[in-house]
Design a protein around this ligand. Structure first.
Ligand code: G5P
Ligand code: MG
Length: 227
């Protein structure tokens, strides 16, 4: 188990399939002080619950577009408050939010008001041809957000989550066509956020063709910056 001495408020940015969920899982195992919110997991949990909001999200996510800013901002704000993260002492990471300028501005404002501005933004920079391959082999455990890949990190028992033994699912948006659209959305709307956070001097980019190459660099970065 590793330890940081200063609070970590980290945003993980990266193309679909670049390994945000995978890196998050590893960080949570290594750093017990850090918690995480994944906007995609939150949306999938909403869909699974059958809520009205979930029904609205389903077709948008399937098409590879982004859900409306006001809806996701509301969801995440609620989650941040519920988890009591809006203070200068909590350590946490965000996977998948913000993804647009309006989302970034809303988050920055909320955090600044509580003296809890992001203090690190990491871009996972993985070549596009490498990630295309990963998506069709992905299985997820929706309640926890744990991700598997039939070749890279298969579940111990086929089709079952390692921790709970519950069934795994395929994501509706994990097909070649939707994936292309998600990549396009990422490049157009999310990648420019790097420049926004770069002005604050808090962005870092970690390159690698595999999560096993990226993770040690990410861990070392956290230990260096926050210990
Ligand atoms: P999500 O759920 O945030 P994406 O598209 O941003 O979805 P995704 O697909 O979840 O990102 P990831 O988390 O970056 O990818 O990657 P991952 O799951 O860890 O890894 C991908 C696969 O590769 C897994 O099977 C993993 O096991 C495997 N893998 C990992 N590393 C390696 C490796 O080194 N080698 C190999 N061979 N395999 C590996 O968002 C979904 C949708 O929700 C909406 C949007 O519609 C979005 O499209 N949404 C939002 N809308 C508006 N605003 C927001 N803020 C939104 N957030 C979500
Ligand atoms: Mg993910």
């Amino acid at each position: 188990m590793s330890k940081v001495l200063r609070p970590v408020r980290l945003l993980l940015l990266g193309a679909p399939g670049s390994g945000k969920g995978t890196q998050t899982g590893r960080l949570l195992k290594d750093f017990s002080q850090i918690s995480a919110i994944s906007s995609g997991d939150l949306l999938r949990q909403n869909i699974r619950s059958g809520s009205e909001l979930g029904k609205e999200f389903e077709s948008i996510i399937q098409s590879g577009r982004l859900v409306p800013d006001d809806k996701i901002i509301h969801l995440i704000k609620h989650e941040l408050a519920e988890r009591n993260w809006l203070n200068s002492q909590s350590s946490w990471l965000l996977d998948g939010f913000p993804r647009t300028f309006p989302q970034a501005k809303a988050l920055d404002k909320d955090l600044q008001e509580h003296d809890a501005m992001l203090n690190l933004v990491v871009e996972l920079d993985v070549p596009e041809e490498v990630i295309l391959d990963r998506i069709e082999n992905r299985y997820v455990h929706i309640p926890s957000g744990r991700v598997y890949n039939l070749t890279f990190n298969p579940p111990k028992v086929p089709g079952k989550d390692d921790v709970t033994g519950e069934p795994l699912s395929k994501r509706d948006d994990d097909n070649a066509e939707t994936f292309r659209s998600r990549i396009k959305t990422y490049k157009e709307q999310t990648l420019p956020l790097l420049e926004h956070y770069d002005k604050l001097g808090i962005t870092r980019s970690i390159q690698g063709e595999s999560s096993d190459i990226i993770y040690p660099k990410l861990k070392e970065l956290l230990l260096r910056e926050f210990s």
